[in-house]
Design a protein. Structure first.
Length: 84
């Protein structure tokens, strides 16, 4: 998703595009399901937001991505993805 954006693009524009593209992967599972399945889909997207935000920032800065490390705390992991 991120390779289609130019270096210097605004991070929020990148994030909006990526979140919009995510809907194409799970559309039938969540949109035709129950209210519970749609709520689960919302939680899944919200859980991905720190990683998406960090990758959008790195794309905008023209820097390489730093992938999440599950051994770190939430805050440490987010700051590492953003600024390392």
């Amino acid at each position: 998703f991120f390779l289609g954006f130019k270096d210097g693009s605004h991070p929020m524009a990148i994030m909006v595009g990526v979140v919009g593209a995510l809907s194409s992967f799970q559309h039938s599972r969540h949109m035709q399901g129950t209210q519970e399945s749609r709520a689960k889909a919302a939680v899944e997207i919200i859980a991905k937001m720190p990683t998406i935000a960090a990758m959008a920032y790195k794309t905008a800065m023209g820097e390489p991505y730093v992938y999440p490390d599950n051994s770190l705390s939430f805050a440490h992991n987010f700051l590492r993805m953003m600024f390392s």
